[in-house]
Design a protein around this ligand. Structure first.
Ligand SMILES: [Zn+2]
Length: 89
């Protein structure tokens, strides 16, 4: 299984989106990372909340992964909480 990143940009959401990483519902008017990947000749789109964007970077660097599946960042709860706390300061 191999994902290739096709495009990556930050967008302000115009409707409620589920975050690809943590599956939380993110309200309208939130800046989210919107990415498109090419996966087995098909385009896959995903929105990431700002916390997942950071968690994902950590996961990629730590475990040398190249892709994650939907909801997989929920497994990294500790990091999520750590970053969430950090943001509220
Ligand atoms: Zn998220």
């Amino acid at each position: 299984m191999c994902y290739t990143l096709f495009s990556s940009k930050h967008v302000k959401t115009k409707k409620e989106h589920e975050c690809w990483g943590c599956l939380r519902k993110i309200p309208i008017n939130t800046i989210m990372l919107y990415e498109t990947w090419l996966w087995e000749n098909e385009f896959v789109h995903g929105y990431f909340c700002d916390i997942c964007e950071n968690v994902r970077d950590l996961v990629f660097h730590t475990y040398e992964l190249e892709s994650i599946s939907e909801g997989q960042l929920k497994e990294f709860d500790e990091w999520y909480e750590m970053l969430e706390k950090n943001q509220k300061k």
